[in-house]
Design a binder for this molecule. Structure first.
Ligand code: C2O
Ligand code: CU
Ligand code: CU
Length: 562
């Protein structure tokens, strides 16, 4: 049974001899053509497994067709216990960082590093925390791992002490308290480990969870659309991981780079399905992968089903935007409405990552870099198409009601600020000839943790982030503040096709943001207001959220001062 599952990935026979070359197009062509070849080889292997002779005549009869259904596992939804168990936070909570085995695949269990919580009789792993905007979060982290860890509250407007960055590691056996008011708008945020140099490893092993912030406006929208949380309003936490033949998560501790994986997880379930009714659904999607950017589309009979983007990192947009697909880079969130009402009974809709030009041009030296796929046997290359999960529309369901109309105004955001007179700070994302990533001349590993620059509290700045042409897309992330996107210039074709507003902005740029993709060659300007109700020196980070880039030092510390 385990073998049948392991073979279910269409790319499991991927050749391992691919080389990374300097020229995008050549590399992409290589990867894509080998992907097609591998897919063909993979389906042949599947056929063989289904119908071919079995070498061991004494083997037990095959279990009921797991290999024929690549989406066999039901999607885990927030529940009382276990992974993604839900906790409505109303008081102090302890999260214990530890290891334990979970049954994720058929056969051997999978060891996860995770945050464990106990609430009454309930034992929960990586809980989905629900909190009202304006309320306080009081979480004690107890570290039962054998190395430093933290909890970073991604996207939250907190002071340094509560930011859980690597500046405040929690040693094995020690504990730390995070206690802060939730000053953010309603939206889907998340939390994860953030120890210096080990973030990639700890997230790949599982240390991440979701934080849903709610407010009256948000609850009213749910009511208008008759969306019950946990039924037709669901989180989709998406990640890929490299998993070996005994169901263990693999990570290369020395020099992991762009860590993609051979298995796709949604809500900690490998490539699941969800039974749906022919109605409107809301999905709060969070990409918690180390390095993979997805181009997500809902496909019915091979064609993209239009859906609506209603929110991003920092909550609701002003209005819904019709889209056919979305780029979702590591750490980004998207809040979407998908209407299955038009899908015939009994049919399926596939959530896929469509193929895109990954633009991994990072080798400036022109030399051949180590094989990017060597560490990831069976993984679909970045930018190649990949199935994520499946929605199965009920075969019978009686009368179909038309879905409620989505309000044309969802929320109000302040207009983009007039930034005349603001200080402009230029930040360049680049790699040197040795293959080290930098932000300007700073590399966190080489240059240490001292603040690279200081910003006076209450001042406002435009950050002009420029990615070099020979680079790759970098999802950059700011701690401690959220920002607005002012403009994009020199965007690649894929992005230009998505521009819906002045300044080259896409629908995903139109809300409050904490993580932003800057594509090779692009110049993106963002507006940041450094006001905050804290005093003294507060140190934060700005870094690439490709976790291997972060761990290799593509990160700077900055200080906000009185
Ligand atoms: Cu989500 Cu500095 O991190
Ligand atoms: Cu963060
Ligand atoms: Cu990066």
């Amino acid at each position: 049974m385990t073998i049948a599952f392991a073979g279910a990935s269409p790319h499991s026979t991927r050749p391992r001899f691919l080389v990374r070359v300097a020229m995008t197009d050549l590399r992409r062509r290589l990867l894509l053509s080998s992907c097609v070849a591998a897919a063909a080889a993979g389906s042949a292997a599947l056929l063989w497994r289904r119908g071919g002779p079995r070498s061991d005549a004494a083997a037990p009869p095959p279990a009921p067709t797991p290999a024929t259904d690549p989406f066999a596992a039901p999607l885990r939804i927030p529940s009382a216990d276990g992974l993604l168990g839900e906790i409505a936070v109303d008081g102090a909570l302890t999260l214990v960082a530890k290891q334990a085995d979970f049954s994720i695949f058929p056969g051997a269990p999978t060891r996860l590093w995770h945050y464990a919580a106990r609430v009454g009789e309930r034992t929960i792993a990586n809980p989905l925390l629900r909190v009202r905007a304006g309320e306080s979060l009081a979480v004690t982290l107890r570290n039962e791992l054998s190395e430093d860890t933290t909890i970073h509250w991604h996207g939250l407007l907190v002071d340094e002490a509560n930011d859980g960055s690597g500046l405040h590691p929690v040693a094995p056996g020690a504990q730390a308290n995070y206690h802060f008011p939730v000053r953010n708008r309603a939206g889907l945020y998340w939390y994860h480990a953030h120890p210096h140099g080990r973030t990639g490893l700890q997230l790949q092993r599982g240390l991440a969870g979701l934080l849903l912030v709610e407010d009256d406006e948000e609850l009213a929208l749910r009511e208008t659309l008759s969306l019950t949380w946990g039924e037709r309003d669901l989180p989709l936490l998406i990640a890929d991981k490299q998993v070996d033949e005994v169901n263990a998560i693999v990570y290369r501790e020395d020099g992991a780079d762009d860590w993609i994986g051979n298995r796709v997880f949604v809500n900690w379930t490998p490539q699941p399905h969800l039974d749906v009714t022919p109605a409107l659904y809301r999905f709060r999607i969070a990409n918690v992968a180390n390095a993979r950017m997805w181009r997500l589309a809902f496909q019915h009979r091979g064609r993209s089903l239009p859906f609506q983007l209603i929110g991003t990192d920092g909550g609701l947009l002003e209005r819904p935007w019709p889209v056919e697909d979305l780029f979702l880079a590591p750490a980004q969130r998207a809040d979407v409405l998908v209407d299955f009402a038009g899908v015939p009974a009994g049919e399926r809709v596939l959530l896929r990552s469509l193929d895109y030009v990954a633009m991994e041009n990072e080798d400036e030296s022109g030399a051949f870099a180590p094989d990017p796929m060597g560490d990831h046997p069976g993984a679909t290359p970045m930018g190649a198409a990949l199935d994520v999960m499946e929605f199965r529309v009920a075969a019978t369901g009686g009368e179909r009601a038309a879905s409620p109309l989505v309000p044309s105004q969802l929320s109000t955001l302040p207009p983009l600020p007039d930034t005349a007179g603001w200080t402009t700070r230029a930040l360049r994302l680049r790699m040197d000839s040795e293959g080290t990533w930098f932000i300007n001349d700073w590399n966190f590993r080489k240059d240490g943790h001292a603040p690279a620059f200081r910003i006076e509290r209450g001042s406002r700045e435009v950050w002009e982030i420029r990615n070099s042409m020979t680079s790759m897309p970098h999802p950059v992330h700011l701690h401690g503040f959220v920002f607005r996107v002012l403009s994009r210039r020199v965007s690649p074709m894929d992005l230009r096709a998505r521009q819906v507003a002045d300044g080259g902005l896409t629908a995903q740029d139109l809300g409050w943001t904490d993580t932003l993709v800057v594509w090779p060659g692009e110049v993106v300007r963002i507006a940041i207001d450094f006001s905050q109700p804290y005093s003294g020196v507060q140190r934060y980070m700005f870094h690439c959220h490709n976790l291997e880039h972060e761990d290799m030092g593509m990160m700077v510390t900055f200080a906000v001062t009185d």
